[in-house]
Ligand binder design. Structure first.
Ligand code: F0G
Length: 454
């Protein structure tokens, strides 16, 4: 077996509790069978997300102590801005409190009624902001991206033929921008290749379209390009990063995933676009030199971005995920392959194939896994979709339980524990029943909707 090796040691720890199964059953019932509504004190392994919960380095902690606190023009902000300019080569930066705040600004400025936004795959908050501003999303991931079990190295690639078709169908003037998401969140943390991005850029140039990168999961994607793309094997992470950035007009990110802190921001190439977006930052986020982030977060982010340029830092998440995926496959437990970034994705459509999609199989499996092991995953299936304007339910392409692997947080024995609990649950899967809403919010319902067993 290939054992992932921690290239760090643990020097600050947080005590965990593993509540007894009776308490776990009560807790998930109190939470309306929605893992988002559990209290962390009831959770043993929190695999809900990799957002804002990655381990920080000693260097990040140290930088937080020397942060320059001021409302306007702090040296901390200048350090962050310079680091982004250095890494991406983009001259302009707008800070924001997190990724979805960037999406709000981008969508308000670039999307209007009738706009179309082609993308490799949507993310929940991205789509919500685009539709809120009257636009629609066209998902153009190559067909291989939707094959759960595959050996394709770049399942996040956009299909260039589909992009040409969409441009032909709607006309370039209807297209607000083309969006590429690094490490496609909702289909298993799957990367795109640098070559694919270059191909998409060419098509954008032919039609005068903006190319926007969602870089929230860039760290994983960089690792996979280095490992899986033959032409990039000899390149350093810094060089791959610059080649990616060179293709893009705008790069936005959630710093909760990229750089191990809080916050986010938008890196922009054109001054004109920068000026159009700038006004919204003081309105929604805060002054231009903090955008809702604290100076301590900005310092940690600056160091985190630099650490992201180190392959031995960014390979940790993907290596632990690959270990978990391999071990689950050995036990015939259905998972997304190849292993991606972000986390291990269990295929609920197959795991609980007795639960129809209308009864949210992935939500049901996430609840059951919490009861079985105190492990909190996240539903990434139909529950995470939004209904059509006429109220019709949209069944997700995939029904997944995402077991996120916060970077450098869990030890291998904890990961083995999660594998063991999944093995038990798989053997007893017929115990799991479907769910129905008792309370269904209109927007982003998965966050705080409540459900009951059917
Ligand atoms: N884009 C991607 C690809 C993301 O994964 C996220 C967040 C966002 C944008 C929004 O950023 O949370 O800082 O506002 N993903 C988190 C997750 C929530 O758990 O997958 P945010």
């Amino acid at each position: 077996e290939s054992i992932p090796l921690e290239m760090h040691k643990v020097r600050i720890v947080q005590k965990l509790a593993l509540p007894p199964v009776e308490r776990r059953l009560a807790a998930i019932t109190e939470a309306g069978n929605n893992t988002f509504l559990l209290r962390n004190s009831d959770v043993f392994m929190d695999m809900l997300t990799d957002s804002g919960v990655n381990a920080m380095s000693d260097q990040q902690q140290a930088a937080m102590l020397v942060a320059d606190d001021s409302y306007a023009g702090s040296a901390t902000y200048t350090r962050l801005e310079s680091k982004l300019q250095e890494i991406f080569g983009t001259p302009y930066f707008l800070p924001a409190h997190q990724g979805r705040a960037c999406e709000n600004i981008l969508s308000q400025v670039l999307v209007s009624k009738g706009s179309v936004v082609p993308m490799n795959y949507h993310f929940t908050t991205t789509k919500a902001h685009i539709t809120l501003n009257g636009g629609t999303v066209e998902e153009l991931v190559a067909d291989t991206g939707l094959e759960v079990v595959s050996v394709h190295p770049f399942k996040g690639n956009m299909d260039t033929g589909k992009l040409r078709d969409v441009i032909g169908l709607h006309g370039a003037d209807k297209i607000a921008f083309v969006r590429m998401e690094a490490g496609t969140n909702l289909i298993g943390g799957q990367p795109f290749s640098l070559q694919n991005l270059v191909d998409i850029r060419k098509i954008c140039d032919e039609h005068g379209l903006l190319l926007v990168l969602d870089a929230s999961l860039l760290a994983d994607n960089l690792h996979f390009i280095k490992q899986r793309e033959a032409d990039c094997r000899a390149l350093g992470i810094r060089e791959i990063t610059r080649r990616i950035a060179d293709q893009c007009d705008i790069i936005y990110f959630s710093a909760r995933k990229l750089g191990c802190a809080r916050g986010g921001g938008i890196c922009i190439r054109s001054e004109e676009l920068y000026r159009r977006m700038r006004g919204l930052v003081p309105l929604y986020e805060g002054f231009l030199t903090y955008g809702g982030m604290s100076v301590r977060e900005m310092e940690a982010l600056t160091v985190g971005l630099e650490e992201t340029m180190d392959e031995e830092v960014i390979n940790q998440g993907p290596q632990f995920i690959a270990y978990m995926v391999d071990e689950l496959q050995k036990r015939d437990i259905p998972v997304i392959t190849p292993a991606g970034g972000l986390g291990c994705h269990v295929n609920a459509m197959k795991f609980v194939d007795h639960i129809p999609q209308a009864e949210y199989p992935a939500g049901a499996l996430a609840s059951a896994l919490y009861i079985a092991g105190g492990i909190r995953g996240m539903e990434r299936g139909t529950l995470s979709e939004q209904r059509e304007p006429d109220g019709r339910e949209i069944f997700a392409n995939m029904e997944l339980v995402r077991l996120a692997m916060p970077r450098r947080v869990f030890t291998l024995s904890q990961v083995k524990y999660a594998i063991d609990r999944l093995e038990w649950l798989y053997a007893n899967r017929r115990l799991i029943g479907g769910l129905a809403f008792t309370e269904e919010p209109e927007i982003l319902r998965f966050f705080y909707g409540r459900l009951k067993p059917v």
